[in-house]
Design a binder for this molecule. Structure first.
Ligand SMILES: C[S@@+](CC[C@H](N)C(=O)[O-])C[C@H]1O[C@@H](n2cnc3c(N)ncnc32)[C@H](O)[C@@H]1O
Length: 223
């Protein structure tokens, strides 16, 4: 029987794909995670298969200029940077100076510093300085969920036609479709993400879809 909905994807299928791709065995990614562990960044990076998704998307649009919002230890940034040509550029926004320092160590160790610039500060404060570097081929949103709609507005303006807008965690840990809202902060998060998802779908400048990843990945192409 074929799975009919996102939630029916089985653990064994996920395990099968992970075993097949063997992304975790990449020595560079192992180094990223060693540095992240040593420096104590929280384990909130994308899963390896989502990292691969990002790299495939970036290669598909032959990205030369990318913006990422939410760097953490630089794990997803490594996939995106790997897709860039030698003279390509990834601008990655991070407000934690500790996370930015860890990512900087990662990029230096992997010889990626020439392709990656970390913009330190709240993304809404640093993004305006990037406008002159655009338009961009791909923009990846993976930071504070409450600001996703504002990141969306900036991103659609600063993407090239044919460029991709990608956002992670749009299924809110699997709760996004729940009819009954849980108590507390999670309910706010669900409502915020539903608004964001609707905003993506309604915007006539984009064609939008949602990938059935564990976290839920919104992918939209600018017309
Ligand atoms: C989920 S993690 C990013 C994971 C990363 N993309 C990866 O997969 O390796 C979110 C990051 O966004 C950062 N962040 C949160 N709010 C932010 C803001 N307003 N501006 C910039 N960065 C922010 C956090 O400090 C954290 O490092």
């Amino acid at each position: 029987m074929r799975p009919k909905s996102y939630s029916n994807l089985s653990q064994s299928v996920s395990q099968y794909v992970e075993n097949l791709l063997q992304i975790d065995n990449d020595p560079n990614l192992q180094q990223v995670m060693q540095i992240a562990k040593k420096r104590g960044t929280p384990p909130l990076q994308v899963v390896p298969t989502d990292g691969r998704n990002l790299e495939v998307f970036a290669r598909t649009v032959q990205a030369r200029k990318i913006v990422e919002i939410g760097t953490l230890c630089g794990y997803s940034a490594v996939f995106l940077a790997n897709a860039l040509p030698e003279d390509g550029k990834l601008y990655t926004c991070e407000h934690s100076t500790h996370h930015a320092a860890v990512a900087s160590e990662v990029f230096q160790n992997l010889g990626l510093s020439h392709k990656i610039e970390i913009k330190i500060g709240k993304a809404l404060d640093t993004l305006p300085s990037l406008v002159r570097e655009g338009p961009f081929d791909l923009i990846f949103i993976d930071a504070d969920k409450a600001n996703y709609p504002k990141y969306f507005d900036w991103a659609v303006e600063n993407l090239r036609s044919g460029g991709l807008l990608i956002a992670d965690n749009v299924f809110v840990f699997g709760f996004v479709g729940n009819e009954e809202l849980p108590q507390g902060e999670l309910a706010n998060l669900i409502l915020a993400m539903r608004n964001f998802n609707e905003k993506c779908v309604k915007d006539k400048r984009l064609v939008t879809t949602f990938l059935p990843t564990g976290e839920g990945m919104m992918v939209a192409v600018k017309k």
